[in-house]
Design a protein around this ligand. Structure first.
Ligand SMILES: Nc1nc2c(ncn2[C@@H]2O[C@H](COP(=O)(O)OP(=O)(O)OP(=O)(O)O)[C@@H](O)[C@H]2O)c(=O)[nH]1
Ligand SMILES: [Mg+2]
Length: 264
């Protein structure tokens, strides 16, 4: 509990056996009411490691019987967190890439009522390259962020972090189920929340890259980058009144929530 609000940490996991324990144990004790680990049919011992942690920590394990993708994994995470009565939902990659000790601080931006969404940014401050982020990922992150800020009328330091906090109301207000089942989900949900008028804050978070903490390769980064550009242009079309329903994902359209349509 934080400011009387129930904090749920969701861990979208895929082959995270080597880093999961460090991630969960790194969270300051008593910060989180519940961990929800969604295993996307990992090929390693992720589930067994999670079962071990569940002996000592409030960990709920949900298992996909087939691999559905990173975005699909997050959909299961948020559905489960909302069902469990979460008031603040923190998504933390279980690859020990982000500093777990800052989870309470990140959640605090939302539980305080000041922000609806909070991002743990690797770009604020000077730590990303020193933490081992490959130069091409850093450059792509900066360029995509610049374009997105221009197209969306935002001013964020990055849109690509795997460490975020959402208020219950924010998650309930946007149709995240319609988003991609792949990595671009992260971008689509931020664009949806921004267009719907939710307040987004940021804190700086150290990052560490190792062989264990990043699996997305160059090819998938390119696909992701193209998806981000489509998403930003779709958001621009909504912002400028060219469109009311941007098609973000092949499976459906990201619609702006009806309650907020008048504000766009
Ligand atoms: N469902 C699913 N999850 C994945 C897949 N690849 C990675 N993940 C999960 O998504 C999280 C992020 O993956 P990373 O490869 O670290 O990607 P990233 O953090 O966006 O990119 P980096 O900045 O390079 O680390 C990890 O914690 C994995 O558990 C995948 O193919 N399917
Ligand atoms: Mg990573």
């Amino acid at each position: 509990m934080q400011n009387g609000r129930r904090i749920v940490c969701v861990l979208p996991a895929y082959n995270a056996a080597r880093t999961l324990e460090r991630t969960v144990k790194g969270v300051t004790p008593d910060t989180v009411d519940r961990f929800i680990l969604v295993d996307d049919c990992s090929r390693d011992a992720t589930v067994q490691v999670a079962q071990g942690l569940a002996q000592d920590y409030p960990v709920r394990i949900i298992h996909h019987s087939q691999t559905l993708g990173y975005g699909a994994n997050q959909k299961t995470c948020y559905r489960a967190a909302l069902e469990e009565g979460a008031e603040v939902v923190v998504m933390l990659h279980p690859d020990y890439q982000y500093e777990p000790r800052l989870l309470g601080v990140l959640a605090g931006l939302v539980s305080s009522g000041v922000y609806d969404v909070a991002l743990g940014s690797r770009i604020l401050g000077r730590g990303a390259l020193a933490g081992g982020m490959p130069l091409y990922k850093y450059a792509a992150n900066r360029v995509l962020t610049l374009l997105e800020n221009l197209l969306l009328g935002q001013k964020l330091s990055e849109y690509h972090t795997g460490y975020r906090a959402y208020s219950r109301r924010a998650l309930e207000s946007v149709p995240f189920e319609r988003n991609s089942d792949d990595f671009v989900f992260d971008n689509e949900i931020l664009v949806q929340l921004h267009l719907a008028g939710f307040r987004i804050g940021e804190i700086s978070v150290p990052t560490r890259y190792s062989a264990e903490s990043s699996s997305i390769n160059f090819g998938r980064c390119v696909v992701y980058g193209l998806g981000v550009l489509c998403c930003a242009f779709a958001g621009f079309a909504v912002r400028t009144g060219l469109s009311r329903k941007p098609a973000f994902a092949p499976k459906g359209a990201c619609v702006v929530p009806a309650a907020n349509e008048g504000r766009l």
